[in-house]
Design a protein around this ligand. Structure first.
Ligand code: DAH
Length: 341
């Protein structure tokens, strides 16, 4: 059998010239210099040749092998450079291209209202007091004058946990007990903002999770006039100085007397519209004078101390201010909603 090294070399070099990228190059290397390449197969037959032929055969075979290896080096240099150059060109930054506008974040509408509420009460000397979201039954109800089986508990549909007597707070009012026990016998002026939870059907008007802002003032000479003055000043700061307010008597177990504060409907200026259900008034918050029992549970002697408290839903207020029809928008994270504020 004679081996045509010239032909092998010629075929291989032609194939190499056709390789255009590094993938083709690698394929060529396997085909022409790999273990099963024709050249390698031929060199493998060296031992079977008659002695006198071996030297010339081996020399010629190695010449071709070296020539192919050199050609491969050159081709891979050339292709490597070309590929690098085109990658650099493709990745180059066009400094003359116009910039892309960055999306600008903003505060959630509920946060905006919360911050306005904080600022208004801060001006009146109220500090922010943060209280826990996971509470005991005793703090959420019992110490607020609702012993076990008290019918008023039905006002709050409660999330219970598997731990006995551990619940998610249904309102921020248990924070009143925490702050009183911590500060007693100092006077108190705080607001207690935070998330509350209720085991309710989710509808356009109610979510299972929502914010409340509680307020509490305790001191030696606090009267219902202070309550009305503070909350009226708050309403004027939030809704405008001209807005009228009214207090309607109501009932909460932890205040006596208790009231609800309404503001004149700012959608129709009190004339009556669908937002205020034709009444001309919007219900904004619940409030009252802290019940003597609750003061006592906080460590204050009700013969010496008195106080007022209030609780409001800042999301409900935001809904009224912006005519938002559905409370579920607040947690839906829909940019079409959020970008309007
Ligand atoms: N805790 C009440 C609720 O969740 C709101 C409330 C009413 C809080 C009257 C108060 C208050 O502090 O005095 O519905």
């Amino acid at each position: 059998m004679s081996t045509n090294f010239d032909q092998i070399e010629k075929d291989a070099l032609e194939a190499l010239a056709a390789a255009a990228d590094s993938a083709a190059l690698e394929k060529w290397r396997m085909a022409c210099l790999g273990r099963s390449a024709p050249l390698m197969a031929a060199l493998g037959t060296l031992g079977t040749l008659p002695k006198e032929e071996r030297k010339a055969f081996g020399q010629r075979g190695n010449q071709v092998k070296q020539a192919l290896e050199r050609a491969f080096e050159e081709a891979s240099d050339r292709i490597g450079h070309a590929e690098l150059a085109s990658a650099l060109a493709a990745g180059a930054i066009d400094v003359t291209a116009p910039g892309r506008r960055r999306g600008r974040g903003r505060l959630h509408p509920a946060t905006q209202t919360l911050r306005r509420i904080y600022a208004i009460f801060a001006e009146m000397g109220f500090q922010i007091y943060r209280s826990r979201e996971v509470e005991t039954d005793e703090l959420n109800f019992g110490l607020l004058n609702m012993p076990p089986h008290h019918p008023a508990r039905d006002m709050w549909d409660t999330f219970y946990t598997t731990a006995p007597n551990v619940i998610l707070r249904t309102h921020t009012s248990p924070g009143q007990i925490h702050v009183m026990r911590e500060r007693c016998p100092q006077p108190i002026r705080v607001i207690l903002p935070g998330m509350c939870y209720r085991y309710e059907q989710i509808t356009a008007r109610s979510e299972i999770q929502f914010y409340q802002v509680e307020g509490l003032a305790v001191g030696r000479h606090i009267t219902m006039a202070d309550l009305k003055g503070t909350l009226t000043a708050f309403a004027h700061a939030l809704f405008g100085p001209g807005v009228r307010t009214r207090f309607r008597s109501d009932h909460f177990p932890f205040t006596e007397p208790s009231a609800e504060m309404d503001v004149e409907c700012f959608v129709c200026d009190g004339r009556g519209c669908p937002v205020c259900k034709q009444s001309g008034w919007l219900e904004i918050l619940g409030c009252g004078m802290v019940h003597p029992e609750v003061l006592q549970n906080g460590g204050y002697d009700p013969r010496e101390f008195s106080g007022f408290a209030f609780g409001m839903g800042p999301q409900r207020i935001t809904m009224l201010m912006h005519k938002i029809e559905d409370i579920r928008y607040f947690f839906a994270n829909d940019l079409r909603f959020l970008e309007q504020f």
